[in-house]
Design a protein around this ligand. Structure first.
Ligand code: 3HC
Length: 293
């Protein structure tokens, strides 16, 4: 029988997907002492990811959250590749943070399963695609789970660890151990539900905010003010959509709808409009708000 991965045997992590999430998750792993390879098909995305990780980690040193030596050695532990499958051959743990599309993730999981040694855990950062929809693309359903980070992943302390019906206890324990080593707070889900816990809470607020805006009750700016100043949230729901990405929000809702078939889960028309206008939020300088610099 293949031995289980444990927290003591995981040193080398492969993060697949060099977007905003993959970049900061990789940087968080490197800061915690892991050797990290970030993989993406697009060389340009990898260049941007490297620059962004450097900028974010150096900022942490400037602020005194970590010493310059700690940040330098974290950066030395980070490498980048356009060949994730080659990197998977020698890794101890895979965290997939690619685009939120089930067909792409299933293809990726099947290929990663072929490439990675048998004991390696294949985790997905997805919050809407539970790993039970990916596990049968692999021959190791017991070593597949969700490990869901929040944006910005270097700052947000919560990581949801979600098992599918076949995930082994050893896999869950190893994932929880990694969250601990990252210095973050795990939230363990005993069963799958699309969106998991935190996004479902957020979704309730976001839906109400979108409804109030669409009904002309208040502007999106004022709704954000209410959330910040009356509820003490660090950001209002519209600011948060821009941070997470309008494209990400849109695809998440679409994926929820595909799973539930419930029209109430479809992306809100206002979000769809922004998506179709290419207003993706902070990442390209315009979403609900306009951003400069
Ligand atoms: N990336 C990394 N670090 C960031 C950052 C980013 N995008 N934005 C801010 N920070 C860090 C910086 O280190 C900054 O310190 P600095 O000014 O010294 O560099 C520190 O956070 C504080 O930032 P600011 O003073 O600019 O602003 P805030 O005090 O408002 O903090 C925030 C920014 C941490 C993003 C805060 O507004 C916040 O917590 N917002 C809510 C975020 C949230 O709810 N995330 C969950 C989204 S849902 C999700 O991710 C699930 C997924 O499935 C979609």
């Amino acid at each position: 029988m293949t031995p289980d991965s444990t927290i003591d045997t995981i040193d080398d992590v492969l993060v697949v997907g060099a977007g905003a999430m993959g970049t900061q998750i990789g940087a968080a792993f490197a800061l915690a002492g892991y050797t990290v390879t970030t993989g993406d098909l697009a060389a340009e995305a990898l260049d941007q990811s490297r620059d962004e990780a450097q900028r974010r980690l150096r900022r942490l040193a400037e602020k005194g959250a970590f010493s310059s030596e700690e940040v330098d050695s974290a950066l030395e532990r980070m490498t980048y590749t356009t060949d994730s499958l080659e990197a998977a051959r020698t890794t101890d743990f895979v965290l997939e943070a690619a685009v939120e599309r089930i067909d792409i993730k299933r293809e990726l999981f099947a290929a990663l399963d072929e490439a990675a040694p048998e004991h390696v855990i294949l985790a997905t950062n997805s919050s809407t695609i539970p790993s039970s929809l990916l596990m049968d693309a692999t021959a190791r359903p017991d070593r597949v789970c969700n490990m869901h980070f929040f944006n910005p992943a270097l700052v947000m302390n919560c990581v949801e660890v979600v098992r599918n019906p076949q995930t082994s206890d050893a896999t869950v324990e190893a994932a929880l151990g990694m969250v601990d080593r990252l210095g973050k707070q795990p939230v363990r889900l005993n069963k799958e539900i699309p969106g998991f816990v935190a996004n479902r809470l957020l979704g309730a607020l976001r839906n109400e905010a979108l409804r109030l805006e669409a009904d002309g009750v208040a502007s999106y700016q004022d709704i954000d003010v209410a959330a910040r100043t009356a509820l003490g949230h660090p950001m209002g729901p519209f600011e948060l959509m821009d941070l997470v990405g309008i494209d990400v929000s849109y695809l998440i809702r679409l994926s929820e709808y595909e799973q539930s078939g419930d029209p109430a889960d479809l992306p809100h028309p206002s979000v769809q409009k922004l998506y179709e206008q290419g207003r993706y939020g902070r990442k390209n300088g315009r979403g609900w708000y306009e951003y400069t610099g």
